[in-house]
Design a protein around this ligand. Structure first.
Ligand SMILES: NC(=O)c1ccc[n+]([C@@H]2O[C@H](COP(=O)([O-])OP(=O)(O)OC[C@H]3O[C@@H](n4cnc5c(N)ncnc54)[C@H](OP(=O)(O)O)[C@@H]3O)[C@@H](O)[C@H]2O)c1
Length: 245
């Protein structure tokens, strides 16, 4: 592949529910998108087909981000395909309930290694490319508002997302002014848009703006960050005001 001067995005977790919408919107912003998938090959292939309609020089690579060697390999493949890196979106994530005091080492490792260790080594490989470029580049990490909440049944997950938010600040300070690093923390999002939502739903009651988030709310935030060059080290909560409660 011989890229033609278009901006390039590397994204993990693009086969996810929000992730796939994010990847498509970034392609729509004029980027070639090189994304990783882990277990969902069919979803990833369908997504690549859609993205290539918008951005033909896009590609996908299999990568388990909990294995540092696989991240290094994915970046080696990426470097062979592209000659620049304008944007990293680190979205790969595992999420499930873990009840204290029965959290297993296996659960801890799968959540923390994917969400926190994976994000760290992905960011580290990205900055190895970005810091040698003469133009501004960006990193967006995907965290979660639960990083600031005390969810007793999700300790490894929330700790991993709190870690991602702190990594965001560390990388932002270390790599300014050439690389802008910010995090988007979604609240509760509509997974199935056709699902009836009861206005009296207990969760809706906790959201001051009285609705679940829609992928478009995240996409608008991504575009805002892509257009802004004076914001770094921030966590943007896209949560309908949920953290105000
Ligand atoms: N959706 C929400 O309501 C919500 C709320 C708060 C925060 N967030 C955050 O927003 C981001 C996007 O969410 P989403 O809805 O797209 O999540 P999702 O549907 O759960 O998708 C998770 C993604 O991570 C990938 N992944 C999981 N384990 C991996 C591993 N070991 N190595 C590499 N990739 C791995 C999956 O790939 P495969 O499918 O190929 O395995 C998938 O693409 C995530 O960081 C999530 O934590 C989402």
């Amino acid at each position: 592949m011989k890229p033609s001067g278009r901006k390039v995005c590397f994204m993990t977790g693009a086969s996810g529910k929000l992730g796939s919408e994010i990847a498509l919107s970034i392609a729509g912003q004029g980027y070639s998108v090189c994304f990783t998938w882990h277990s969902s090959e069919e979803k990833a292939s369908l997504l690549l087909e859609k993205i290539r309609w918008i951005s033909p020089e896009s590609s996908m690579i299999q990568c388990n981000v909990s294995k540092t060697g696989e991240i290094l390999n994915a970046f080696a493949v990426f470097r062979g395909l592209y000659d620049r890196l304008d944007l990293l979106v680190a979205s790969a994530s595992n999420f499930y309930k873990t009840t204290l005091p029965d959290v297993s080492e296996e659960e801890w490792d799968s959540l923390v290694d994917t969400n926190l260790k994976g994000t760290f080594f992905t960011m580290q490989e990205a900055v190895k490319i970005m810091r040698h470029q003469s133009f501004l580049s960006r990193i967006i990490t995907m965290s979660d508002i639960s990083a600031g909440l005390v969810w007793q049944n999700f300790a490894p997950y929330t700790v991993s997302k709190a870690g991602v938010q702190h990594l965001t600040r560390i990388f932002a300070k270390k790599y300014a002014p050439g690389i802008l690093v910010n995090s988007i923390a979604p609240g509760t999002f509509t997974i199935n848009p056709d699902k009836e939502v009861d206005a009296e739903d207990e969760m809706i009651g906790k959201i001051p703006l009285r609705r679940y988030g829609d992928p478009l709310d995240i996409i608008r935030t991504i575009i805002f960050l892509l257009e802004n060059d004076y914001i770094t080290g921030q966590v943007i909560n896209v949560d309908g005001g949920r953290l105000l409660q």
